[in-house]
Design a binder for this molecule. Structure first.
Ligand SMILES: Nc1ncnc2c1ncn2[C@@H]1O[C@H](COP(=O)(O)OP(=O)(O)O)[C@@H](O)[C@H]1O
Ligand SMILES: [Mg+2]
Length: 318
């Protein structure tokens, strides 16, 4: 099962969309299968991916939420490796109003995504800038919540704290959303002020990503072209930071096997006889290799038509 990660902050301009789209690209580059769900009726992530919701897809998130189109049918491929998307459209605003009158109104997204969760390693949900129905549906579907904060904006700090409180309230009513971390977006020039704000963040007891995303013009340049920075400037510091953040997130979602345990495990030492037999077998194998039997088919050389087996995915899908 893939992990659903809501990218949330109830303030606009916090960097949610930028983080959701570029982190999706970086996760995809790292080999994870990623689905990006645009849960904001403004469709900024949809635009950034180069889509015009209604014009290019069988169904948008609005259709999926109301059950008109199954999630699997609404998934579209993106230009980023290993990244698929369910796009947004302005109709999503109307859906919120319809759901508001129904019971279990926070669970529509979770239910819609359930049949396709095992096809992805990470499902990122780009949330709207509020705590209204779609934002709560994002949390209702989420295993984890990632909160971007612009270090230059006191407002987005406030948004992060509101969000952390909202997650705590949410969990009190039976959900289990883990705040996986605050992701700082910081201009290179404000180190001192940012340091103070980071200390403040630490005081809340919410984890903070080690990686910081630089607040730099190249991200805005890419956005002006409706491109993720991962595609527009893959060698930029910003793209590198997104890759580092993706590795950090994967390490949190899929922690490596307990290394201490592996080290402590006793190493099997073959008995003398077994060791001798093993040596003989190895010698035989080496001789056979240097003197192949004439009727044995040689191993085919890997070519582009006959590639070597792909490496197995690092990510365990339960
Ligand atoms: N790392 C960054 N560097 C420079 N500008 C950024 C960065 N991240 C986001 N921005 C800019 O900040 C604005 C708000 O970002 P956005 O991702 O749309 O926030 P939200 O989705 O929270 O409203 C956008 O104009 C975007 O280009
Ligand atoms: Mg946004």
């Amino acid at each position: 099962m893939g992990y659903v990660v809501a990218v949330s902050n109830d303030k606009g301009g916090a960097g949610k969309t930028s983080v959701a789209v570029n982190l999706a690209g970086a996760l995809g580059e790292a080999g994870a299968r990623v689905l990006l769900v645009d849960a904001d009726e403004r469709g900024d992530a949809t635009t950034l991916l180069g889509f015009d919701g209604n014009a290019t897809t069988i169904g948008t998130l609005a259709d999926v939420i109301v059950g008109k189109v199954p999630a699997a049918m609404a998934v579209v491929m993106t230009a980023m490796k290993n990244v698929w998307a369910i796009v947004s459209s302005p109709e999503l605003a109307g859906v919120g109003a319809v759901l508001a009158t129904r019971s279990g109104q926070e669970q529509y997204l979770a239910r819609a995504l359930a049949p396709i969760l095992d096809q992805y390693d990470v499902i990122l949900v780009d949330s709207p800038p509020n705590l209204e129905l779609m934002a709560r549906n994002a949390l209702g579907a989420a295993d984890a919540c990632l909160i971007p904060v612009k270090m230059t904006s006191k407002l987005t700090h406030k948004g992060a704290s509101d969000l952390a409180d909202a997650v705590a309230d949410f969990n009190e009513s039976g959900y289990r959303v883990q705040v996986v971390g605050i992701l700082r977006i910081e201009p290179p020039s404000v180190r001192k002020a940012a340091k103070r704000l980071t200390t403040e963040l630490g005081d809340w007891g919410v984890p903070v990503f080690r990686t910081k995303i630089p607040q730099v013009a190249v991200v805005e340049d890419a956005e002006a072209l409706s491109l993720p920075v991962m595609l527009h400037a893959p060698d930029s510091n910003a793209a590198r930071a997104f890759r580092q953040a993706a590795d950090e997130l994967l390490g949190l979602l899929y922690p490596p096997e307990d290394e201490a345990e592996a080290e402590a495990a006793p190493v099997a030492v073959p008995e003398a006889e077994e060791a001798e037999a093993l040596t003989e077998a190895l010698v035989e194998a080496v001789e056979a290799e240097s003197d192949p039997e004439p009727d044995r088919e040689p191993e085919p050389e890997p070519t582009s038509m006959n590639p070597v087996a792909p490496e197995e995915s690092r990510y365990v899908v339960n």
